[in-house]
Design a protein. Structure first.
Length: 300
């Protein structure tokens, strides 16, 4: 597992009724009563199409989750829901499924903080967690990859404090605090412990930024001692919904619906292992909908 303080890379900014009833009858674990409401932010680009895939799979599995959708976008700000409304919904529901928000090259208002940054700061979403894991049936350059990258995203390069001193000279302030450095370090070690990880690697530039990243590294040592929106594919029904479906499954685990989360995760693995239904990025010709319904047919 990797604990990293740093910037996003540019690449980062880029009929089953019978079967379902049978799954429900064979449920080996108890399920919570009532329904769970989840804030839903489809995002930009192919986000709405990927979210539709999640909704179809949830519906087919009979998962007791209701979505409260919000159009939230920096690309179309006049149509976007207010930040306060979205943050209020997430606070009220305690959970959110969010697609990628595109960030324009230049702000319409001249603000340095993007909509993503504003939402993170409003809710103090300090830990960005990305799980990179090889999936069965998918051929790639590296096999058996299983790494977790955890990034602090409310200070450091995300402080959004910069100005042009004189024409052609820009000064950026990178704010690093002991409190937030230790908080993200503790989060990483707690995550490693709960998920049976044996090693945490701190990525830093303390050799150059001796005070700023030096403080970050020291904080980590003290604790150890104790999304590309793929907009060109919009409307073409070609996007791969696997990542969004896995996010949905992880969300279900978070709200004590692990039975359903495992059902979806296992169905995805069956589809990928069979290798008959693959979207173009996986070397196949299947559409987003075809992959979605293949997952639905494999839920049991």
């Amino acid at each position: 597992m990797v604990l990293w303080r740093g910037e996003d890379s540019k690449e980062d900014k880029r009929k089953t009724g019978g079967q379902v009833r049978r799954c429900q009858e064979q449920a080996p674990v108890s399920r919570p009563e009532g329904r769970t409401t989840c804030t839903l932010i489809p995002g930009d680009g192919v986000g709405p199409e990927l979210v539709y895939s999640v909704q179809e799979v949830f519906k087919a599995a009979g998962i007791p989750v209701d979505f409260e959708p919000f159009f939230f976008s920096e690309v179309n700000p006049t149509l976007s829901a207010p930040l306060e409304d979205v943050a209020g919904s997430i606070t009220r529901n305690g959970i959110c499924l969010k697609g990628i928000l595109s960030t324009p090259d230049y702000s319409h208002t001249g603000e340095l903080q993007t909509l993503n940054m504003k939402l993170r700061n409003e809710l103090d979403l300090y830990a960005n967690v990305v799980h990179v894991k090889s999936l069965p049936g998918i051929k790639c350059r590296h096999q058996n990859v299983d790494a977790v990258i955890i990034r602090e995203q409310t200070e450091g390069e995300y402080s959004a404090l910069e100005h042009e001193c004189v024409p052609g000279v820009v000064e950026c302030l990178k704010i690093v605090t002991r409190q937030k450095s230790k908080r993200i370090a503790k989060f990483a070690f707690d995550y490693a412990t709960k998920n049976n990880r044996k090693k945490v690697t701190a990525v830093h530039k303390a050799n150059i930024m001796k005070l700023g990243d030096g403080l970050f590294l020291k904080s980590c040592q003290e604790v150890s001692g104790a999304r590309h929106t793929f907009s060109e594919a919009v409307g073409k029904n070609v996007a791969n919904p696997t990542a969004m479906l896995l996010c949905g499954a992880k969300m279900l685990n978070h709200v004590n619906l692990q039975y359903y989360g495992d059902m979806i995760r296992n169905a995805i693995n069956r589809v990928l292992k069979a290798g008959k239904v693959k979207t173009k990025d996986l070397g196949g010709q299947s559409t987003t909908n075809e992959f979605t319904y293949a997952v639905i047919h494999n839920m049991r």
